[in-house]
Design a protein around this ligand. Structure first.
Ligand SMILES: CC(C)(COP(=O)(O)OP(=O)(O)OC[C@H]1O[C@@H](n2cnc3c(N)ncnc32)[C@H](O)[C@@H]1OP(=O)(O)O)[C@@H](O)C(=O)NCCC(=O)NCCS
Length: 187
């Protein structure tokens, strides 16, 4: 299901990327390439505006097919990152969230707010039962997001991802619909 936008509060909006965003999206990747490449495999292959166009088209197609959806993050009118469901498995009602943020937008709680909005969307609208986040064991900033939002640390996947010449272990965090509802009552 393709959703055009999600509100995350704090002046932050998640919007489905369109082809008009290809140029600013590519500029953001260029400006943050080295930092992003430390933890994500795709910047290496994203070398031209055309690559960002292809990513946006694929993301729209996957959203239409109900397989996942990426959103651009706009803060104070500016594109500052991307977050969304990397995949959704309808049969098992589960999905996985991924994200990245421009360096200048870090440290303000924006990604935590964006992921909280994705959780509302995932559990309420997509009716998922389980949402997971995987992060490199040493990617402490990324790990802090599921930890802040009440995910349970479920285990380690050894050498789960190849980043350049190294293999990185992942921590898997999971949140169930029942955990999420109970957490909201407690707040
Ligand atoms: C992972 C990543 C998105 C985290 O960004 P971030 O800015 O640390 O995360 P948030 O936007 O949620 O901000 C949290 C920070 O804002 C602070 N903050 C301020 N107000 C806040 C609020 N209302 N709520 C939560 N945090 C708040 C927190 O204390 C924290 O700062 P600290 O780390 O100095 O304690 C970013 O580091 C990134 O893009 N990294 C490279 C790509 C990557 O690793 N992606 C994930 C792959 S698994």
């Amino acid at each position: 299901m393709l959703v055009e936008a999600l509100k995350a509060g704090r002046g932050l909006e998640l919007r489905q990327l369109t082809l008009r965003d290809a140029r600013p999206l590519f500029a953001l990747v260029e400006a943050n390439r080295e930092r992003l490449s430390r933890w994500l495999p795709w910047p290496e292959a994203n070398r031209r505006v055309l690559d960002s166009r292809a990513y946006i088209l694929l993301s729209r197609r996957r959203a239409q097919a109900g397989l996942g959806q990426s959103f651009g993050l706009w803060w104070r009118g500016e594109l500052v990152g991307v977050a969304g469901f990397n995949w959704v498995d309808r049969a098992n009602r589960c999905g996985a969230i991924g994200y990245w943020l421009a360096e200048a937008a870090q440290g303000r709680g924006l990604m935590t707010a964006a992921v909280a909005a994705l959780l509302r969307h995932g559990f309420r609208t997509l009716e998922l039962n389980r949402i997971e986040i995987r992060a490199g064991v040493r990617n402490l900033r990324s790990r802090a997001i599921p930890e802040r939002l009440g995910f349970r640390r479920e285990g380690i996947l050894r050498q789960a991802e190849r980043l350049g010449e190294r293999y990185v272990d992942h921590v898997v965090y999971g949140l169930l619909a029942s955990d999420w509802k109970a957490g909201r009552k407690g707040r």
